[in-house]
Design a protein around this ligand. Structure first.
Ligand SMILES: [Zn+2]
Length: 98
C-alpha cells in the first residue's frame, strides 16, 4: 500500500515538472509513476519546450522548432533560418507586459 502512495507522489511531481515545462501533465504523470526516479528525472531534464525559438516552414507555413531539420507536415528539408520566431514564452511575457 505504501508503494502505491510513493508512486502516486512520484507521478504527481513528474507531472507537475512536465506541465511547468509546457508538456503534458498526464503524460509525465504516467511516466513518473511507472518508472519512478527515472521518469521524474526525465521530466526534470526535459527541455523547456515553450522557451525554444521557432521558425516557419517555407513549404507549408507550419511553425516548427528552430532545431527541426525536416518539416513534420510536408517533409521539406529546412536550412537554418536567418530569422527565428520568438519563443512561446517570450511572446506570452511580452503580452503580459502590455
Ligand atoms: Zn512544411
Amino acid at each position: 500500500m505504501g508503494l502505491v502512495v510513493v508512486l502516486f507522489f512520484f507521478g504527481l511531481a513528474g507531472g507537475i515538472a512536465g506541465r511547468v515545462k509546457g508538456s503534458s501533465f498526464v503524460l509525465w504523470f504516467r511516466i513518473s509513476a511507472c518508472v519512478p526516479f527515472i521518469g521524474l528525472l526525465a521530466a526534470l531534464c526535459y527541455r523547456w519546450d515553450n522557451q525554444e525559438l521557432r521558425r516557419q516552414c517555407p513549404g507549408c507555413g507550419r511553425v516548427l522548432k528552430l532545431h527541426d531539420a525536416v518539416c513534420v507536415r510536408c517533409g521539406t528539408e529546412l536550412e537554418f533560418p536567418e530569422v527565428a520566431i520568438a519563443s512561446e514564452m517570450s511572446v506570452r511575457e511580452r503580452a503580459a507586459a502590455g
